[in-house]
Design a protein around this ligand. Structure first.
Ligand code: C2E
Ligand code: MG
Ligand code: MG
Ligand code: MG
Length: 286
């Protein structure tokens, strides 16, 4: 059966997703073609200030609009691109796209970076080049990395992150609470920000021990001068809980879902109408 057969392509990403080597190789080839044919899109999800609910930044989230009309989320195809190394050119494409889209927005831009990108010795220089090409101010950019990036090769990761910070770009530890990041780990890498994983946010609204873990994570972050974002806030109860726990920024469907860049521009314009003079719209106050 031909892999290019329309029917087969449709069934690929159903629950019975084919993890065979041949299927993954085909998916990788499609990703390669997708990059050449401009099939990727970046959506943006706002982060809001926990108290004022003002938009303080956006996270860039990659999507793949396939020729058959289906849209795939990064959870499915990023692991495949990581495996083959294709995440390197895709990741650079995301950075260039996001820095271009967000240039006119006076807020922070967060971009997710994979372990494979962090291991690439060229990465910091490529990042510097993109900042130069797009004119995007380094101090408005932050890179989100997960601890797997660091655990695999902490020495290389530390060197890369030093170079990244040398450019003026902040580093954020993403998905905190899902793995095994230790206090020593947090000290070693000195992240500017920490993002509490959605699972921690969900569980701590109902479960005492999760709440205790979240509270201690936040006080640890505070002690290390890190800002904290709560991810995946879906309900008012969760929002109230993470706000009272001391999270600085909130992100989740309760506030905004990921959306195309044109919608972000519209939301930023809206939030500036009727804004008072104390604060600039969408401006991060340090
Ligand atoms: P992440 O960095 O932790 O991103 C947050 C994920 O949570 C996004 O899923 C977002 O759409 C989703 N989300 C936001 N608010 C809510 C909520 O209230 N409830 C729920 N249930 N989910 C919410 P998405 O877009 O599918 O991305 C999944 C993951 O793929 C990301 O997790 C990130 O690790 C990775 N990823 C996304 N874009 C890129 C990229 O450009 N490069 C790399 N290397 N990885 C990416
Ligand atoms: Mg992220
Ligand atoms: Mg995350
Ligand atoms: Mg996550």
């Amino acid at each position: 059966v031909s892999k290019r057969d329309g029917k087969m392509r449709c069934t690929w990403f159903k629950p019975e997703f084919d993890h065979s080597l041949a299927a993954l190789r085909d998916l990788d080839n499609e990703l390669r073609a997708g990059l050449l044919n401009n099939e990727f899109l970046v959506h943006y999800q706002p982060l809001v200030d926990a108290r004022t609910h003002e938009i303080v930044g956006v996270e860039a989230l990659l999507r793949w609009a396939r020729p058959d009309g289906s849209e795939l989320g990064p959870g499915v195809f990023v692991p495949v691109a990581e495996e083959s190394g294709l995440i390197n050119p895709i990741g650079l494409w995301v950075l260039r796209r996001a820095c271009t889209d967000a240039l006119a927005w006076n807020i922070k831009l967060s971009v997710n970076i994979s372990a494979a990108q962090l291991r690439n010795p060229e990465f910091p220089f490529q990042l510097g080049q993109i900042l130069e090409e797009t004119g995007f101010p380094a101090e408005r950019l932050e890179l989100e990395i997960t601890e797997t990036c660091l655990v695999l090769d902490p020495i290389v990761a530390e060197r890369t992150l030093d170079l990244v910070r040398g450019l003026g770009v902040d580093v954020v530890l993403d998905d905190f609470g899902t793995g095994y990041a230790s206090i020593g780990f947090l000290r070693q890498f000195r992240f500017e920000k920490l993002k509490l994983d959605r699972s921690l946010v969900v569980d701590s609204a109902s479960d005492e021990s999760s709440r205790a873990m979240m509270l201690s994570s936040i006080s640890m972050a505070r002690a290390l001068a890190m800002r904290v974002t709560a991810e995946g806030v879906e309900t008012a109860d969760q929002a109230a809980m993470v706000r009272s726990a001391g999270c600085d920024h909130l992100q989740g469907w309760l506030y905004f879902s990921p959306m195309p860049s044109s919608d972000i521009a519209r939301h930023l314009n809206q939030s500036s109408t009727g804004n008072d003079t104390r604060k600039q719209p969408g401006r991060i106050t340090a």
